[in-house]
Design a protein around this ligand. Structure first.
Ligand code: MG
Length: 344
């Protein structure tokens, strides 16, 4: 298979405020895998705090090119993806870009959407949440109006509590839709976290994502026993091997392709999480419709989706999944279901 890649910078529509940072763009890498006249598309997205860069992804893809060039049968993902993973530790987003392009190539080769090849019913695709970053009240109100078609809002909290409460109160003055909260590890003290979650439970919040530090598993387990709301792991879960240790600590996990190396491992994580009685949420970084549409192929299997990454950028270079009344619409197109948008 021929591997091609080029850097791409995702321009955010609004500055994106998280517990520890604010940014206006996200570096990405667009990837193509070609063979037999068929081209599969993939993407790596590298939010700065996760440690990968365009340079690191470029270096990994150069390492991967000979391996992919020597592939005899691209359908043998059970051989190819572990070999790719073994090339170097880390590099989860770079690996995900290849995994997505390979899966897209397979679907295009047989002319079928991946969700169909996996036996999934597209009518079971869930609602997606629309993310509201930390911001001043005027901007929050503008974002809520922009988010009007979406029936679930995900609110980023985790700075000081007065700011967090003001965020929720501003939102609640504008809309009655269910909210989910992502604290992004912003709360360090369990008693304090419990007080905050109890307050949130009185404001129409469905669940809280990553309330405490990724390594604070004992504190999170304490919190979960007392919390009026379910707790979901995000930063505490990266790959398949992390999942069993989260039983009894969280109620569910947030799977993202850029953390877990792609669709192959994400499918396994869903299976293992289900066997352990954990709920599953499917998330994304800021990404184009390429990576988002890839993740969406798995969405009929999950409880919650947070696949708004492409809605948050102003230069999406792919046409992919759609949304109707906030629900994900999986298109009847082969592979991950994307079409490149002209000159990107
Ligand atoms: Mg999160």
């Amino acid at each position: 298979m021929i591997l091609r890649h080029r850097p791409y910078t995702l321009q955010l529509r609004h500055a994106f405020g998280l517990a520890g940072s604010t940014r206006t763009s996200t570096p990405a890498m667009l990837v193509e895998l070609e063979r037999d006249g068929v081209t599969g598309h993939g993407e790596a997205s590298m939010p700065p705090h996760l440690g990968e860069t365009q340079a690191s992804v470029d270096a990994f893809l150069r390492l991967a090119a000979p391996l992919l060039g020597a592939v005899r049968d691209p359908f043998q993902t059970e051989e190819i993806l572990p070999a790719l993973d073994a090339l170097a530790p880390g590099n989860a987003a770079a690996k995900a870009a290849v995994d997505i392009a390979l899966h897209d190539w397979i679907g295009r080769s047989v002319g079928q959407p991946l969700h169909r090849l996996w036996g999934l019913n597209p009518a079971r695709a869930p609602l997606t949440s629309f993310t509201i970053g930390i911001d001043v009240p005027e901007v929050v109100r503008a974002k809520v109006r922009e988010a009007a078609p979406y029936r679930l809002l995900k609110v980023k909290l985790g700075r000081d509590w007065a700011t967090d409460q003001a965020m929720i109160e501003t939102l609640r003055a504008e809309t009655a839709v269910p909210l989910t909260v992502d604290a992004n590890q912003g709360w360090r003290d369990r008693e304090d976290a419990l007080r905050r979650i109890t307050w949130l439970a009185g404001h129409g919040v469905e669940f809280v994502e990553q309330p405490m530090g990724r390594e604070q598993l004992a504190e999170t387990a304490w919190l979960r026993e007392r919390s009026p709301l379910p707790l979901y792991a995000d930063e505490s879960v990266q790959r398949l091997a992390d999942v069993p240790g989260l039983r009894g600590v969280f109620d569910g996990i947030n799977i993202k392709l850029m953390k877990c190396t792609g669709l192959g491992e994400a499918r396994r994580m869903i299976t293992v999480a289900r066997a352990l009685g954990l709920k599953v949420m499917l998330g994304c970084m800021t990404e184009t419709s390429c990576a988002v549409s890839a993740a969406a192929q798995l969405s009929p299997l999950v409880d919650w989706a947070d696949l708004d990454g492409a809605l948050l950028i102003g230069n999406d270079c792919f046409d992919g999944i759609g949304f109707t009344d906030g629900r994900i619409v999986l298109r009847n197109r082969p592979g991950i279901g994307v079409v490149p948008r002209g000159a990107a």
